[in-house]
Design a binder for this molecule. Structure first.
Ligand code: PRP
Ligand code: MN
Ligand code: MG
Length: 180
């Protein structure tokens, strides 16, 4: 049970698709000498973005997933990042692209990058659909960012509010309707 809210569209499905086309060209260029790229989605939020991104990538890819949760059902980061589900495959010597839906405080991506670097990939790059730079606590910036956004509570395109609204095809802004 949460406070009542409505969702105002912030970034349309069309805008997202257009940005993914641009990003995928840059990524294909960066990994043009890669035999088979390992694309790692951070569950659960990245599942929509990674699905659209890999279908635009003109590269041989493997898809793997890692679940690192810091938020649970709360709105604030606990700053404690737990690995709930590890990769299926080894990444030593491989070229890896980590796909995240949103970088907020940065603790999740910072922790995951540290963990994966220790496994000695040949090349490790990161992409986040959304970035909220004003919220940053950990010293991290994704190599590619879809959109920089202000400090709004966003949902959709994989991103949840208390596990809801992940299936919206666009990025929306939560607006509470029970007061001010
Ligand atoms: C959300 C989001 C990012 C992370 C960003 O995940 O999907 O992974 O928080 O926050 P941070 O930069 O402050 O660490 P969450 O932990 O809610 O799990 P989910 O992906 O399963 O929703
Ligand atoms: Mn997440
Ligand atoms: Mg979440």
């Amino acid at each position: 049970p949460t406070r009542p809210y409505v969702i105002d569209e912030m970034i349309s499905a069309k805008q997202i698709a257009a940005r993914i086309e641009e990003l995928s060209r840059e990524i294909a260029h960066e990994f043009s000498d890669t035999d088979k790229l390992v694309v790692v989605g951070l569950l659960r939020g990245s599942f929509v973005f990674i699905a659209d991104l890999v279908r635009e990538l003109d590269l041989a890819v493997e898809v793997d997933f890692l679940e690192a949760s810091s938020y649970g059902n709360a709105m604030e980061s606990s700053r404690e990042v737990k690995i709930l589900k590890d990769l299926r495959g080894a990444i030593e010597g491989r070229d890896v692209l980590v796909v995240e839906d949103i970088v907020d405080t940065g603790h999740t991506l910072f922790h995951v990058i540290g963990l994966l670097k220790a496994r000695k990939p040949r090349k490790l790059r990161t992409i986040a659909l959304l970035d909220k730079p004003s919220r940053r606590e950990a010293p991290i910036k994704a190599d590619w960012t879809g959109f920089e956004i202000p400090d709004e509570f966003v949902v959709g395109y994989g991103i949840d509010f208390a596990q809801r609204n992940r299936n919206l095809p666009f990025i929306g802004k939560v607006r509470f309707t029970d007061d001010g």
